[in-house]
Design a protein around this ligand. Structure first.
Ligand SMILES: [Zn+2]
Length: 237
């Protein structure tokens, strides 16, 4: 039996976004309870709200847009490691934090940290990020994708985006704001395809898939439910 673990933050009006960024909102152009034949909504949100993929264009003016990013990076074997206890106050992920990881074998590395335990409506700026040495190490080891539950691979105050740009030299794709709270360290299959747009980033529906009997993950549930707010009746136009 295949287990599917949802590692996506629910996109709601109260989902915290990067300070100053555009939060999610929706407006209904048509509503069935107002006599329309269909419900039809318009969605507004930042390309970096909730669980999302960064296009190289986000940090490189000549980099690939989202639609040009290589799809194979976002599907395939992934290793989840847990640094929650190693970095209880956030801060840089150093090479020694990855000492137990066989980076020569790992293609996609997902880091679980204290960020997964921050509620959806709260923003914690003291998150884990990649030190320059660690980012270079991932490039040297030929990683395909780096995923983090934190909002960025660089510290919140960074203007140089050193880790983003270092990962870019190795064509490493980036996923941010994963929700790994209920995910045990171990081996999975990742599926988190980016939207086919020319944007610099966009939310993804990220899941981990695992065959029964392998190590890691939560055994008692096929899909981790996400909580969404009720139908926004007050938002008719
Ligand atoms: Zn981003």
């Amino acid at each position: 039996m295949t287990h599917i673990f949802d590692i996506t933050r629910p996109i709601t009006p109260t989902l915290a976004v990067w300070p100053g960024d555009t939060p999610y909102s929706t407006e209904y152009l048509l509503r069935m309870d107002a006599g329309a034949s269909v419900n039809l909504s318009t969605i507004t949100f930042s390309g970096h709200c909730g669980t999302h993929s960064d296009a190289h264009f986000h940090y490189d003016p000549n980099g690939e847009r989202l639609a040009q990013m290589p799809l194979d990076a976002y599907i395939g074997p992934a290793t989840v490691i847990d640094l929650t206890d190693a970095l209880p106050d956030g801060g840089p992920i150093l090479p020694e934090h990855l000492a137990g990881v066989d980076l020569a074998r790992v293609q996609r590395l997902l880091v679980k940290s204290k960020a997964s335990f921050v509620p959806d409506d709260r923003w914690d700026e003291n998150f884990v990020y990649l030190s320059p040495e660690t980012a270079q190490l991932l490039v040297d080891r030929g990683l395909r994708l780096f995923g983090t539950d934190a909002p960025s691979v660089d510290p919140q105050e960074s203007k140089t985006l050193t880790a983003h740009k270092t990962l870019r030299t190795g064509n490493i794709s980036i996923l941010e704001i994963l929700q790994l709270q209920d995910i045990a360290p171990g081996e999975y299959e990742l599926i988190a395809l980016p939207l086919k747009t020319d944007n610099d980033g966009a939310p993804v529906r990220a899941v981990l898939r695992r065959e029964e009997g392998r190590t890691g993950g939560r055994e008692d549930e096929r899909i981790i439910p996400s909580s969404l707010p009720p139908f926004p009746k007050e938002r008719s136009v």
